[in-house]
Design a protein around this ligand. Structure first.
Ligand code: OOG
Ligand code: NI
Length: 468
């Protein structure tokens, strides 16, 4: 078989993302309502803001807007995580970043599977936030053993999915028929099962330890627990949700509303209480319920450098310290006010963000730069070219997640205000061991994309080199 006959991993990812969205809309109709609201709002924003529409056009983001989404799953064992890595690899997705959520009272650590190259992201930016339960954080030995036993006997991948992964690894790709079948088979892992694998009493014990533990351990597979479209105006969608019968969480996570969006802002609707059946030892089925699945929206802004990220973390911490309590319905107004005040220290225009090296950008030659190509000084610096408008820059979109925000999303859907304190050290090495590979450093990826754009600029303008 020749490589020409293989469907590209990007294409498989795009199809999978689409199939996942269709499945989730059927499983959770409220997510379909949210999608409609987001699409309407995006159309409105683009009508009102011609400059934004133009910018999205130039960077090509406009084409990925409607297919933009991320999802999240939670798994229980190293074996499950390692096989997921291979499954996502078929779709051109690699583990990027390490997130330790135990510091926020959630007994998991996580990574995000996503495409890493800007061209691949352009075809499909689909990402999956993937968490591994830290069983060692369950204190009760009997309960930990129960969890281990349940996890050891479940099989979250279909036999055919495993065969197709192995086939892809052996031949270096999948043909049309195999790719189609792969998408169908892979989807099975993420499907909802309304029959639990435990008795009502076992569920109660797991749930009482931590609701998340029950969610991971008591079911046949790691059901997708939310999907998240990208909105161009998160405040507007948050405000419009209640009129559509959608209840949003108390506050939007992440930075405040700004002229120039940075990183990631997120909000979600609260997880739904769903009917499930428990299976007793004697085979009797007992009706109960489980609350895990929700819908989320996100607004993405420019990716920050280490320096920018440190400033962000500092200002967010100052906000939370001043609030003196976790953000909630009661203190939401005050929270937003403090957030805005603190973030006045964060420059809010692209030129300054670039000059102070707080954010990542992509550089493009302008029409006038290309026209002047022959007469350009071959040793022009980037600053000179920008000044003469021979080169312009566009913000590089943040493609990752934020641990404090992720914890906020988790918490709002765990339905209780109990904040468990875990004292365990964060354990990136243990996570990577379970995963079977290292996680990629997201900052290196932004740096590479920026660098590639500089090289393309230099080439288009006939320059020796260009450095930021
Ligand atoms: C994942 C929550 C984190 C995000 O967007 O930050 C997340 C989960 O609830 O499993 O998806
Ligand atoms: Ni999410």
């Amino acid at each position: 078989m020749t490589a020409q006959q293989f469907v590209s991993p990007n294409e498989i990812r795009a199809r999978f993302s689409h199939a996942m969205s269709d499945m989730y809309q059927k499983e959770v109709p409220l997510y379909g309502d949210l999608l409609e609201l987001v699409a309407e709002t995006n159309r409105q924003v683009l009508r009102e803001d011609a400059a934004l529409a133009h910018q999205l056009q130039i960077t090509g983001e406009i084409e990925r807007l409607a297919m933009e989404r991320h999802g999240a799953i939670r798994v229980g064992t190293a074996g499950e995580l390692a096989t997921l890595r291979r499954l996502f690899r078929v779709m051109g997705m690699a583990p990027v970043g390490y997130y330790d959520l135990s510091v926020a009272g959630v007994p998991v650590h996580s990574t995000a599977f996503r495409a890493v190259h800007e061209d691949a992201l352009q075809v499909s930016p689909f990402r999956v936030f993937t968490s591994l339960l830290r069983l060692e954080l369950i204190e009760d030995p009997a309960l930990r053993e129960l969890a281990e036993r349940l996890l050891a006997r479940r099989r979250i991948f279909t036999d055919r999915a495993l065969e197709l992964i192995a086939l892809q690894e052996a031949q270096g790709g999948l043909n049309e028929v195999q790719a189609q079948e792969f998408v169908e088979q892979a989807l099975e892992t993420f499907r909802w099962h309304n029959q639990a694998t435990v008795s009502a009493e076992e569920y109660r014990q797991l749930h009482d330890q931590h609701r998340l533990i029950a969610d991971v351990v008591a079911f046949k597979g790691p059901h997708i627990n939310h999907l998240t479209p990208r909105t161009l105006d998160i405040d507007r969608v948050q405000q419009a949700m209640p009129a559509r019968g959608i209840t949003p969480k108390a506050v939007i996570e992440g930075p405040p509303r700004r002229r120039r969006a940075i990183l990631l802002r997120q909000t979600s609707f609260k997880a739904l209480e769903e009917r499930v059946d428990f299976v007793e030892r004697d085979g009797r089925v007992v009706a109960g319920h489980h609350t895990a699945r929700f819908g989320e929206i996100e607004q993405r802004g420019v990716a920050l450098t280490t320096k920018g990220r440190e400033l962000y973390d500092r200002l967010l911490k100052a906000t939370n310290d001043a609030l003196q309590a976790p953000p909630s319905e009661k203190n939401a107004e005050r929270y937003y006010q403090l957030l805005e005040e603190n973030f006045r220290a964060f420059p809010d225009d692209y030129a300054t963000l670039r000059e102070q090296q707080l954010a990542w950008f992509r550089y493009f030659p302008t029409e006038c730069g290309l026209a002047a190509k022959e007469s350009l000084d071959k040793h022009s610096t980037l600053e000179q070219l920008i000044e003469k408008e021979h080169v312009r820059f566009q913000p590089l979109v943040y493609e990752d997640f934020l641990p404090v925000s992720a914890a906020g999303i988790f918490q709002s859907n765990l339905g209780d205000s109990r904040h468990t304190q875990y004292n365990a050290a964060s354990s990136r090495a243990a996570f990577e061991h379970a995963l079977g590979s290292e996680v990629i450093d997201e900052l290196a990826l932004y740096q590479q994309t920026q660098q590639r754009s500089l090289e393309a600029c230099a080439q288009a303008l006939g320059l020796v080199t260009l450095a930021s």
